[in-house]
Design a binder for this molecule. Sequence first.
Ligand code: DX5
Ligand code: ZN
Length: 242
Amino acid sequence: MAVELAVAELRADEMAENVFQHPPHLPLIAPSILAADFAKLGSEAADVEKAGADLLHVDIMDGHFVPNLTMGPDVVEGLSRSCNLMMDVHLMVSNPAEHFESFSKAGGKHFTFHIEVAPNGAAVDLIKRIHDLGCTAGVSLKPKTPVSALGALMGLADLILVMSVEPGFTGQAFMPEMLEKVRFLRHELGPHQRLEIDGGIGIRTAHQALEAGADVLVAGAAIFRNPQRCETIKLLRGDYPK
Ligand code: DX5
Ligand code: ZN
């Protein structure tokens, strides 16, 4: 019995290997659990895993950096037990450093923080702290923040996240002017660095983002508010001939 349990745990660990470092394919599709039915979060996570998602995007909001409150580490721990998808933790909080350890213990394997809360080189220290926990580090830009704000971080982060809506809520309209940022960043980033886009991604905007060079697509409403989740994930990935 104990051996069976150990094998099951090992398998879960292998499955949760960091897909940003070792992507099985590109693009990666990251359903945002923020758009799920919160009355059944565990089964929603398991359902998108079955439907072909590559990771689970988890939006953490503190009611200060953005005007909304979402989940804490206990919820993320429950999600980690509900599926084998890697937890891609998007911290929309004013003090991200306070939260790395607790969310990492809860199963977070990747943390993206916002450049707007880490000026003057503080971001370099945040990336180091995330790496010290054995996780990958991402840096995000709100729509009004120019890519020039990234400076040297462009070469240090494992992932850059371009927000294509104002952060805070699911179901908002995509801002097409953000594609310019994606094009520029794809040119600047190395092949091992992921370029994620988040906000208003549906079938049409997914294809625009992929053409511009994004390789990780976050999608909330497009996946969770649609009963055809498997089909939708394939379409977002561009698996069907256009
Ligand atoms: C917004 C969040 C997003 C959001 C995406 O602040 O960061 O991850 O859940 O939802 P959709 O895809 O519905 O815009
Ligand atoms: Zn997000």
